[in-house]
Design a binder for this molecule. Sequence first.
Ligand SMILES: [Zn+2]
Ligand SMILES: [Zn+2]
Length: 356
Amino acid sequence: MRGAARGLLLAALALAPQASAQPPVRVRLLERLHPRQLDVQGPSQHSLEASASRLLLDGVEVAQPYVLADAAWTLRLPGEGPRHYRGALSVRAVRGELALVLLLPLEGYVAQVVAAETTPGTAAAALAAQAVVARSFFLAQGPRHADADVCDLAHCQLLRGSGVSAAHRAAASAAAAATAGRVLVLASGAVAETPFHAACGGHTGAPEEVFGSAATGAAAVPDTGCPAHRWQADVPLGVFQRALAPLLAAPAPALLAAEALDAQVGQGGYVVRVLLPGGGAAAGDAVARVLDRALGWGAVRSARFQFLPLGQAVRVQGTGLGHGLGLCQAGAALRAGRGETYREILQHYFPLASLR
Ligand SMILES: [Zn+2]
Ligand SMILES: [Zn+2]
C-alpha cells in the first residue's frame, strides 16, 4: 500500500473509537518492602537495582521507566518468598528504592483481587459478588496514588503475589469472567464506590454516618446468621491516653479516662463518634484504628466497640471485623452457601444500587 491510500488508512486508525478500550490498571507493588534490589524471572531473567536515582539492569544503567513486557513474572526480593504476577512491569529508581508498577487489564486485576480478598472454598456466587464489588470500587475512583491507580495493600484492594493456590486463582478468574464488565450503579448512573469488609458481626453500618456521602449504594442492613466475631483487647491506661489524646484534643493525656468519654452509636451498633466533654470529638472508626495501631494491629477489630474501665487498663470489647460497611464477606459466603445468587447477595448489601 502506498501514498494516499496508506495515509487514509492511518487516519482511519487514528480516529477509531478508543472508549471501549479500558486503559491498563496500574498497581503499585511491594512499596512497604522498600526494595533496593530484586531478581525478576519470566520470558527473560534480570537483576534490577536502584542506585540513588539510577536504575541498573544486570549492572548496566538503563533509561526509566524500564518496562518488562506483559507476561508472567516472578519477583525475588532478598529475605522474601517469591511473588508471582501477570502483566507488564514498569520499574523506576526513586531515592535508592525500586518503584514497581504492574500494568494489567481490568479483568485480570479484578481476578487477582478476588483471589486475594477471599478464602479458598468460598462458593462461586460470593466470589462473583466480590468481583462486581472489586470492579465497581476501582472504576468509581480516580487514581489513589501519585504514580499508580491503586496499591497492592488493604489501603486500596489486596493483590498478593503469593500464598494463593492455583485452584483458588482459577475460581477467582472464573468469578471475574462470569461478571465481566458488570458494576453496581447509583440512581444517578454513577458507578458506586462499593466498600467491603471481613465480617459485620450481624448488622452492617450506615456509610453516610462514616463517609458523610451516599455514593456507595450500601445501607445499614441486618445480616441474619452472620456470626458475631467477638473480640476484646486490654489497653494499658497510659497507651490509651497517649493514643487518644491528640484525636480528642484532651488538655493533658493523663486526664483522659474511659469513664469520661461519650459514644454516639449509629445504625447497626457502630460507634459513629467518640466525644470528650469539654474537649474534641473523633470518628469511631478513627478511634478504633488509633487504638489498634497502638497495640500493634489486629487487636481492636471494628468500630462496634465499648470501653470498660479496669483501673490501670481499658478493656475494649467489640464484635465484627473491619469497618462494617457494604459487602460483608463472611455473610456473602454464608448466603452463597445457602444458594443465593450473586445478584441477590449484592442486592442485600447494596439496596441503593443496581447491577449494570
Ligand atoms: Zn492504596
Ligand atoms: Zn455479616
